[in-house]
Design a protein around this ligand. Structure first.
Ligand code: NI
Length: 180
């Protein structure tokens, strides 16, 4: 399959709202999904949304295995999520450091809901519904934001908590999670 070019922040296409996928289109998706996994793995990401490779449809992939490289990142099963819906299970939010393959080399501190239910269908059209929290919930909220043209820097509440990775690391900003 293929590693695709990732659109970067500043490209106005990343700001558009992506369209839903119809059931009769599922048969045409395997190649796109394969490319998304390839692209994500080649860039060491843990999630990728279709619009990041210029396909403006409501499809995200994410997942991370347990890895000593990121001991603070709990494993998330590899997931293809189509036409996702997110319901908050709490109003509580927490801040965490995020990165994005469309904003390379940078990190920012972003508030996200602590517990959510996400639902949608998988690549076979089977329903998915999961109640998740913390890091898993953060990753899904980040990826689904891409489908509405929202990039994580747009959610940073204090722009002093946004910067380049080496400078933040030197300043001892606590982040040890992989980029989304
Ligand atoms: Ni992202």
């Amino acid at each position: 399959m293929a590693v695709r070019e990732i659109l970067r922040m500043g490209d106005p296409r990343l700001l558009q709202v992506s369209t839903e996928i119809q059931v009769h289109e599922l048969g045409s998706l395997p190649e796109l999904i394969e490319d998304m996994w390839d692209t994500m793995q080649a860039t060491d990401g843990i999630g990728l949304a279709a619009p990041q490779i210029g396909v403006f449809r409501r499809l995200v992939v994410f997942g991370i295995e347990a890895t000593p490289r990121y001991p603070e990142a709990p494993p998330i099963p590899p997931t293809v999520l189509i036409n996702p819906r997110i319901d908050m299970l709490t109003q509580e939010r927490s801040e965490g450091w995020e990165g994005c393959l469309s904003v390379p080399g940078m990190r920012g501190l972003v508030p996200r809901y602590d517990r959510i239910r996400y639902s949608g269908i998988d690549a076979q059209g089977l329903p998915i519904s999961r109640d998740v929290e913390d890091f898993h919930a953060r990753v899904v909220q980040h990826e689904c934001d891409h489908l509405d043209g929202v990039l994580y820097p747009m959610r940073i509440e204090d722009m002093r908590n946004f910067g380049f990775e080496p400078e933040l690391a030197a300043a001892d900003a606590a982040f040890d999670e992989p980029p989304e």
